[in-house]
Design a protein around this ligand. Structure first.
Ligand SMILES: Cc1ncc(C[n+]2csc(CCOP(=O)(O)OP(=O)(O)O)c2C)c(N)n1
Ligand code: SF4
Length: 287
């Protein structure tokens, strides 16, 4: 088992507030990768914009920090270009389900072999606490001063209905369980969502560490994670939120499989030389 400190970046200028749940998720992510004996050079952490999306700035490994809400499309491209890499897409609930909501839906359908960890603090942390897609109805924020009027997005239910092959939830207050869930997501062949409850101690005074602790419970062995209807019923629970793997389906072809480019040759795409004549021929045939 590798030491998680191989992913430390000592010179990183930490921008998170003291006590933010993001620290625990970062710890869990490093632990998960180290437990799996991953080397920093084999890992790519991809993100968009937001507090959660700063995660790759604080880790020693490859990273890609792109546009707001575009982590999943970038991660899909990275994995397609080099399937030998372990690709992890991280970001907040705003970044992934709001600005990136369209990408979320279509990434689920494509089933690329990437792990997607969403730091769900139910607000926009970076821009000072406005409502996000997962803010509960009625929540008062600096912008929604009369309370949020829309129904919240249910990311787990949405992912299950849309055909996701791995859907889980974790709570950043429990680092070991979060790391275990992340490991299962990374090992899964296909798109794997882990929605991680993350207290924003500065701008969400409702969904605190204590609130998440009181409103969550761990799934027991009695849950059959191959049962899609049971998983959907669990995802619809809102009084107390289940933690653990709700749904897992093995054997579905990934996005990279569907491209067909690795059937006979496992050379990463970025190492291949294009056949210029064939490209020209294709372009000419479209004229
Ligand atoms: C296209 C675009 N829209 C809006 C913004 C402003 N903005 C920056 S981060 C952010 C939301 C971040 O919230 P979330 O993804 O939940 O992450 P958190 O900061 O809570 O970790 C917004 C709206 C932006 N940078 N770009
Ligand atoms: S504003 Fe909230 S989400 Fe952002 S670093 Fe501070 S506590 Fe964390």
């Amino acid at each position: 088992m590798t030491d998680p400190r191989i992913f430390d970046l000592p010179e990183a200028d930490m921008a998170w507030c003291p006590g933010c749940g993001d620290f625990k998720i970062l710890e869990a992510l490093k632990k998960a990768l180290a437990d799996m004996d991953m080397a920093p050079e084999d890992v790519v952490v991809v993100s968009g914009i937001g507090q959660a999306a700063k995660t790759p700035h604080f880790m020693k490994c490859n990273f890609l920090n792109g546009l707001h809400g575009r982590a999943l499309s970038h991660a899909t491209g990275v994995k397609a270009a080099n399937p030998k890499l372990t690709v992890v897409a991280v970001g907040g609930d705003g970044d992934m389900y709001g600005e990136g909501g369209n990408h979320f839906l279509h990434t689920v359908r494509r089933n690329p072999d990437i792990a997607n960890f969403v730091y769900n603090n139910m607000v926009y942390g970076l821009t000072k606490g406005q409502a996000s897609p997962t803010s509960p109805k009625g929540m008062v924020t600096p912008v929604q001063t009369r309370g949020v009027s829309s129904e919240p997005v249910n990311p787990l239910a949405l992912a299950i209905v849309q055909g996701a092959t791995f859907v889980a939830r974790a709570f950043s207050g429990d680092v070991d369980h979060t790391a275990e869930t992340m490991k299962a997501a990374i090992k899964h062949r296909g798109y794997a969502l882990v929605d991680v409850f993350q207290p924003c101690v500065s701008f969400n005074k409702i969904n605190t560490f204590k609130w998440f602790k009181d409103h969550t419970y761990r799934l027991g062995d009695e849950h059959d994670s191959s049962d899609r209807s049971a998983a959907l019923a669990l995802a619809m629970e809102t009084e107390r939120f289940p933690l653990g793997i709700l749904y897992r389906e093995e054997g579905r072809p990934t996005f990279e499989d569907s491209l067909g480019i690795y059937e006979k040759d496992d050379t990463p795409l970025h190492r291949r030389s294009p056949d210029v004549d064939k490209v020209r021929e294709t372009i000419d045939s479209m004229a």
